[in-house]
Design a protein around this ligand. Structure first.
Ligand code: 6GU
Length: 253
């Protein structure tokens, strides 16, 4: 998977993307992150990438030409057909909210172009005539799209074969399967007066699996009951949830 990142702050990526799993994934060639400084595509001696708003108002706006030209440069070796297939994503708080389903869908692409917005925003012509998609990472406003792009890259990379230990684990992940994760324990079995649940030390794999499933259901009901309506639930799951009072009785209108 190739990520092309267009940003005014390429240095912002040097720390977070170079460590742990993503660092290793890049060394092994499983993913690559190509950084383009939008300012390198500015036209004047000062490398101006932003300007005042037409109509007045507070805050600078990212100019269209450097962004268009940076994208064209990144895709210059591709044919027209190839270009059509490469998503060009604007990272902005106005976009569709990234979720695990979108992450998985994006992981099927071979290549992504990510544009990091900044300041008050980008010239609307970028949105209208350059990008194919606009993505936000949640309902809050960041100072720029860089952290959001890193979040997207991290989440998408987990779906690339070999990046995380086993794809099986990724697919069984909390959220991917529609439920939150069961509790995890490691040694020591007895820490202060807190012990690891006996069942996990019993060696009964089927029972452990059953226990974990019920814990996932219990925790999801407690923390994110909204997830239950779309989760894949068995009859056993439903019976267990019903014993915990789910679904709640309909509230009167
Ligand atoms: Cl993609 N950009 C900015 N600036 N703020 C955000 C965001 C993106 N997603 C959530 N908040």
């Amino acid at each position: 998977m190739k990520f092309h990142v267009l940003t005014l702050f390429p240095e912002a990526f040097s720390g977070p993307m170079q460590h742990s799993m993503l660092g290793r994934a890049q060394e092994r060639g499983l993913i690559s992150i190509q950084l383009t400084d939008i300012r390198d595509h500015a036209h004047d001696a000062h490398n101006t990438a932003d300007d005042y708003q037409f109509g007045g108002g507070f805050g600078m706006v990212m100019k269209p030409e450097p962004i268009f030209e940076a994208v064209e440069d990144v895709l210059s070796s591709r044919s027209q057909e190839e270009r059509r297939d490469i998503p060009v994503i604007l990272m902005s708080p106005q976009g569709e909210t990234l979720d695990q389903e979108m992450v998985e869908e994006l992981a099927h692409e071979g290549e992504l172009v990510l544009i990091c917005g900044h300041y008050a925003g980008v010239d609307e012509r970028v949105r209208e005539h350059l990008i194919t998609r606009e993505v936000s990472i949640g309902d809050y406003v960041l100072t720029g799209g860089e952290l959001a792009a890193m979040v997207l890259i991290d989440a998408v990379s987990r779906f690339i074969d070999g990046v995380v230990g086993s794809q099986e684990n990724v697919l069984e992940d909390s959220i991917t399967c529609g439920l939150l994760q069961h509790p995890l324990y490691t040694r020591p079995a007895d820490f202060r007066e807190f012990s690891v649940p006996e069942i996990l030390r019993s060696g009964h794999h089927a029972e452990i699996e059953r226990w974990r499933r019920l814990q996932s259901l219990r925790i999801t009901l407690e923390k994110r009951p909204d997830l239950l309506s779309t989760a894949d639930l068995t009859l056993n799951d439903l019976a267990f949830l019903q014993s915990l009072g789910w679904p709640p009785p309909e509230s009167p209108e």
